[in-house]
Ligand binder design. Sequence first.
Ligand code: ADP
Length: 248
Amino acid sequence: MSSLSLQSVGKFYGHITALEDLTLEFPDGRITAIIGPSGCGKSTLLKLCNGLVRPDQGAVRVFAEPLDYRELAPVRRRMGYAVQGTGLFPHLTARDNISMLATLEGWGNDAIEQRLVQLMSLVQLKADELQRYPHQLSGGQQQRVGLCRAMMLRPAILLLDEPFAAIDPITRIDIHEQLLVLLRAEPTTALLVTHDMREALRLADHLVIMDGGRVIHSASKEELLAGMDTQDPDRLLHALLAQREARS
Ligand code: ADP
């Protein structure tokens, strides 16, 4: 069994069905992209995985155990989470935002410094930017700090909610390449929420296509795209979403 899975999960907000009968296994040590139109339930799915949202039906299993909502802290320490809108602590510098958890975990200064240097290079942050507070950084820089914070402890599971949305396209492509190198060196079960099919095709091994709170496809990239025209990613997503209508 994979270290992260959902069984028959449903989540409802009043009369809104955010997620309906989701059963998914995320492949270990791989990047899974969760793609679909706005409002289809991508962020809710990610929040379910670290217990920020509790399912109304079904179960979430993390590290092969049902999530224990009374004791989320130990599990969360092994999961990195980069939220939409960065979620940085405004009163801490970028450096302290990134290193805070490592300090709490008792890492030595040298280990913290080494990891910081590695992550700064990954996201192309400069030393002087680390001294700044979040409000002194651009949206794209804040997002990169958020990504470093999520990755600081080398988590076994990494949850990324649109982590590159505010980053300019050129820098984004560089960061994608660096991220792939790092995740190959530190195998991580990563979930990447995105509405950008190009990004999903570049980064992911496995694709989950969602619409209206349901999973339309969950398959390896090769399997899903066999025989499909991948020249135009937007059209490809459209075609994959349309397959559901053809089937139902
Ligand atoms: P996505 O990330 O794909 O844009 P979300 O997971 O944020 O979608 O939301 C899925 C659906 O659930 C949407 O209809 C959204 O409005 C609704 N929703 C999400 N969170 C809440 C909430 N806290 N209260 C009420 N409705 C919510």
